[in-house]
Write a protein that binds this ligand. Structure first.
Ligand SMILES: NC(=O)c1ccc[n+]([C@@H]2O[C@H](COP(=O)([O-])OP(=O)(O)OC[C@H]3O[C@@H](n4cnc5c(N)ncnc54)[C@H](O)[C@@H]3O)[C@@H](O)[C@H]2O)c1
Length: 245
């Protein structure tokens, strides 16, 4: 199983959740040192084959090298989770080509390139191989300070539906998860402001901010045969946030 964004937060938790279920894990991230830590923890705690790759998922040549290295290191690659993401805030007045590209290229464009690069491996493992894209509730509701982020995450849902149409017949399932607020380094600057954290918690019907593990377990379910008939879907994991706007 290839997991991008595996050096931190949700991606790391997904690697550990998969390893706990006995699944081999390839931890991909632009932060190679922390990706290696994730892979090492998977092997130490759960005894699964694991592999780490330092890779910028916006770089096609780097992705191709990462695929080769991973196929050589693991017994098989039965799936992909695209959890690498960036959430650069900046209102529409501040948009420029570079800031737009830096968000959309990681969050959306890379999702398509990764599936393209891993298709031969996913086909070899089918039926039973699966892809999960980590989108966001910001694919569903707009946020004025995050135009590129909202667009990229909504785009991922379109990509998932297209891939589901294309690949379902080959036994490759494709789904998305839309997390709400999750306590990771991405959200840390906001959560460090006590008033902001309190206001956020008050808006979430379930009353608390998710831990990365809360999202990881849902992703593990979508990758498993338990979800054999879940395809082309997006699963909201937000403690009720978007149910009660
Ligand atoms: N934290 C939240 O509240 C929240 C909510 C909804 C969705 N998400 C999404 O969940 C995913 C994981 O986010 P997180 O909260 O764990 O954030 P995080 O910042 O802890 O982790 C993101 C990881 O992506 C990696 N990454 C960034 N650019 C990369 C690139 N070009 N190539 C390879 N790796 C790259 C980073 O190095 C980092 O390890 C993201 O897609 C994010 O948009 C997060």
């Amino acid at each position: 199983m290839v997991v991008t964004g595996a050096a931190s937060g949700i991606g790391r938790a997904i690697c550990l959740a998969l390893a706990a279920a006995g699944r081999p894990v390839a931890a991909w991230d632009v932060n190679g040192e922390e990706a290696r830590q994730t892979a090492a923890r998977c092997a130490e705690l759960h005894g699964v084959p694991s592999h780490a790759v330092e890779v910028d998922v916006t770089d096609w040549a780097a992705i191709e090298r990462a695929v080769s290295g991973t196929e050589a290191a693991l017994p098989s690659v039965g799936g992909l989770v695209h959890a690498a993401g960036v959430g650069l805030p900046g209102a529409v007045d501040d948009l420029d080509e570079q800031s737009w590209g830096s968000v959309v290229d990681v969050n959306l464009r890379a999702g398509a390139l990764l599936v393209r690069a891993l298709l031969p491996a996913l086909r070899r493992a089918a039926p039973g191989s699966a892809v999960v894209a980590i989108s966001s509730v910001e694919a569903l509701v707009g946020h004025g300070a995050l135009p590129a982020y909202c667009a990229s995450k909504a785009g991922l849902l379109g990509l998932v539906r297209s891939l589901a149409h294309a690949l379902g017949g080959e036994g490759i399932r494709v789904n998305a998860v839309c997390p709400g607020a999750v306590d990771t380094p991405m959200l840390a600057p906001l959560l460090a402001i006590p008033e902001a954290r309190r206001m956020l918690e008050e808006r979430i019907p379930i009353g608390w901010i998710a831990r990365p593990e809360d999202v990881a377990r849902v992703v593990r379910f979508l990758l498993s045969d338990e979800a054999a008939y879940v395809h082309g879907s997006s699963l909201v994991v937000d403690g009720g946030l978007t149910a009660t706007a």
